[in-house]
Design a binder for this molecule. Structure first.
Ligand SMILES: N[C@@H](CCC(=O)N[C@@H](CS)C(=O)NCC(=O)O)C(=O)O
Length: 199
């Protein structure tokens, strides 16, 4: 069977957590990065005319969180009990609560409010949860999709303009967690070589 193909733009954005799931599992995949606007031959394959879109044998999936969920289950990174799976999903949905106000902010005042109020308020919750859990994992005692998703969120803040990373600086547990996940050999290698993109 051929390797799975993940279709997206040449950006991290809604595809990067899925890429990281492949990378952590050591599973080969075709990282298909379309130019903008989305190539018609890609759009026509997808159920909603949007990417990310995954083809894996007979499985075809859109919606970033559905794709991540599928990969997490496939690679056994989705918790081991019903409760853990729900908790993993709970954390995987958190980045969306950051991205929605971030991309809605259209002027300097709104950007500053996001950086100085909205994001730190949410990061404080994550910091407290992770601190109480011992700093290593958001769910259970092994790395899961939850950890990869929150790692990618913190990483996004490191990547963005206007020193957005300052929003994470007051949270030492999250910073240490980011460093620790980035140092996992598969990730270290991937992060060193991944394309530099604006989003
Ligand atoms: N809820 C969807 C949103 C997908 C989405 O908005 N995709 C955008 C890129 S981030 C897209 O395909 N835009 C191109 C277009 O609509 O032509 C998800 O999470 O996957």
């Amino acid at each position: 069977m051929s390797n799975p193909t993940l279709y997206y733009f040449d950006a991290r954005a809604r595809a990067e957590t899925s890429r990281l799931l492949f990378v952590y599992a050591g599973a080969k995949f075709n990282d298909n990065r379309s130019g903008f606007p989305l190539a018609e031959d890609v759009r026509s394959k997808t159920p909603f005319g949007q990417v990310p879109f995954l083809e894996d044998g007979d499985t075809q999936l859109a919606q970033s969180i559905a794709i991540e969920s599928y990969l997490a289950e496939k690679f056994k990174l989705n918790g081991t009990t019903l409760t853990e799976r729900a908790q993993v999903l709970q954390f995987a949905l958190v980045p969306g609560d950051f991205y929605a106000p971030y991309f809605a902010a259209k002027d300097d005042a709104a950007n500053l409010k996001f950086k100085e109020e909205t994001a730190p308020k949410l990061f404080k919750k994550l910091e407290d949860i992770l601190f109480k859990k011992g700093g290593q994992h958001f769910v259970g005692n092994t790395l899961t999709w939850a950890d990869i998703s929150i790692f990618n969120l913190i990483d996004f803040f490191h990547q963005q303009h206007s020193n957005l990373v300052e929003a994470v600086q007051p949270f030492p547990t999250l910073l240490a967690f980011h460093k620790q996940v980035a140092a996992i050999p598969q990730f270290a290698e991937y992060l060193k070589n991944r394309p530099t993109t604006r989003l």
